[in-house]
Every structure is written in C-alpha cells, then in structure tokens.
Design a protein around this ligand. Sequence first.
Ligand SMILES: Nc1ncnc2c1ncn2[C@@H]1O[C@H](COP(=O)(O)OP(=O)(O)O)[C@@H](O)[C@H]1O
Ligand SMILES: [Mg+2]
Length: 229
Amino acid sequence: MLETVANIQKVCKSYYLGKVEIKALKQVSLQVPSGSFTFIVGKSGSGKSTLLNLLGAIDIPTSGYIEINGVKLSGLNDNSLSDFRGESIGHIFQNFNLIPVLNLYENIEYPLLLQNIPKKERKFTVNEFIEATGLSGLEKHLPSELSGGQMQRVAIARALVKKPSIVLADEPTANLDSVTGGEIISLMLDMKKQYRTAFVFSTHDKEILKEADDIYTLVDGTMEDSYDK
Ligand SMILES: Nc1ncnc2c1ncn2[C@@H]1O[C@H](COP(=O)(O)OP(=O)(O)O)[C@@H](O)[C@H]1O
Ligand SMILES: [Mg+2]
C-alpha cells in the first residue's frame, strides 16, 4: 500500500476584501501518496494556487486541517513551521523565482545553506542534482544567462536538493514552450521514481496530464475528484 505524504481534510479558505468574504476553497479533502504525481486542474480563479499555498505551509486554512508526514501543520508555531517547510517541502514556482545575483550552483546550494549542512556534504549533493537535471557545465551562469527551460531545471534541482517528501509546483510549464514543458515533466518523472518524491502540480496544460497518478478538478473552490484522462 502507498504511504500518504499529505492529508488534507475538509479545508476551507476565505479571503476578505473589506467585509466581502471570498470563499476560495470549500471543504476540500484529498490524500497525496508518496512517489506520485497529483494534478490539480481548474479554471483561473478556481482555487489552485490557494490550495498549493496551504499545502506548502505558506498560508493557513480558515478551517479544516493539513498533515504532512503525519505532522499537523496547525500544531506548529511559526519557527517550527518554517523549519518544517525548509526540510520537508520543495517549491517550484511558475516564474522560477531564482535569486538573480547567485549563479546556478549557488541557487541550488541555497536551501542547504539555510539548513546549515556542512560544505563538503553540500557540494556532493548539489553536484548530484546538477548532474541529475542535466545542468553540468553551467554552474557559473547567472539566471539571466539561462533559457526558460534551464531556469526551470535549476528551480527543480533547488526544490529537490534537500530531498523533501513533497514538492509543490504551481503551473510549472506555464511559461515554457510545449517541447520544453514536456522535457521538464519527464525530468520530474525521473525524480519521482528515483527519490520517491510526491509531486503536486496545478496546471492548465492538458498535455502533461497523461503522466498523472491522480487528477482533481477544482470548480469555484469545490473539489470534484473525477476526471477522464
Ligand atoms: N490574497 C488574496 N486576497 C483576496 N482574494 C484572493 C487572494 N488570493 C486569491 N484570491 C481569490 O481566491 C480565488 C482563488 O484564487 P486562486 O487560488 O489564485 O485561483 P487559481 O490559482 O486557480 O487561479 C479567486 O477568486 C481569487 O480572486
Ligand atoms: Mg494560480
């Protein structure tokens, strides 16, 4: 049986604009198994980013709860939550979010620096991921000297370098052409097999859904779990 990495139970999230309540998520539940690809699809404004932000401990639910690796996020204080996020959760952003003044090597090394991993071990792990993502030879390049596909590879290496059990990717192929997008998905597929990482994606991109283990559809903040591939 597959182990559950993330357990989301009856999560609601409301935003308030003045006195107006926007119910971005309504009673959303799902389980994410380890070593799987879970896709969240839905129109713009349906709540995909909100769900990923809650799952990534960037924001907190209005009600309901989220467990990652059996740890209830609502039970952690700010410090423990940020440590937990640093160790257990990887993020891949649509616009890559690389640090412009750091070169490729340093961008990938950064999460390990934050965790005070010793230099020798950092070097070993960073090189492992540079190789795994096909970026060898580009270590000294700044983000501005890389293509979109290369930047997304760096973002993937940076998310995976701490070997998190879950990686969240909000529309990871949205800013890439379809060939590069396909390459990026197949790279993540390799990573999922090699490291048994669970990936949760939000996407508009129908092309990449064929690799999904589970697909969930959000409609106006409500989860509909059936989807015909
Ligand atoms: N910070 C915010 N403040 C107010 N409303 C927000 C905020 N973030 C998202 N929303 C609203 O919540 C709903 C879901 O948004 P979002 O999760 O970004 O959807 P998606 O990623 O599917 O496009 C939308 O109606 C959006 O306008
Ligand atoms: Mg979004």
